[in-house]
Design a protein around this ligand. Sequence first.
Ligand code: MD6
Ligand code: FE
Length: 164
Amino acid sequence: MYTPGGKKLNISMTNCGDLGWISEPNGYRYSTTDPTSNLSWPLMPKSFKRLAKETASLAQFDDFQPNACLINHYKQGRELTAHQDKNEPDLSQPIVSVSLGMSARFQIYGNSRQNKPLEIELYDGDVMVWGRCARLIYHGVKTHKGLPHPKLGLHRINLTLRMT
Ligand code: MD6
Ligand code: FE
């Protein structure tokens, strides 16, 4: 995908579910089809929905029913710059994020991307529920050099499950 400024994103992205988040020259939006193929996104596996619903409920979000799952793929050394996730219509709904493969540094900037970020390491299998006062904070990801993951090698995959 490309940024609205016309630059190629340095991570690759796809989606599953009824809707998928896309980045295009005219902005960011959710779309029912994949712009690279004009086909619908693949169905969201029931196991993804179940995991998201169960983990959201541990954080007191009742009845989280994701209909969109953004899938990000990072090669070693790639990064996602500071951003907010604000294209979803109901910001009282959380985002559930699943990390797989190589670990990465997740950077939390708070209310301004000018802040020095708080950094936490996200490991294979970590699940984060992102909501309430944190829902609109700036955040980014940096990968680093490390040992290859036994199954995914020098790659990281992140799933973010959303209601949109
Ligand atoms: C990543 N995650 O972990 C990127 N956004 O690769 C995000 O940008 C993100 O983990 C919103 C909520 C949770 C997240
Ligand atoms: Fe995000």
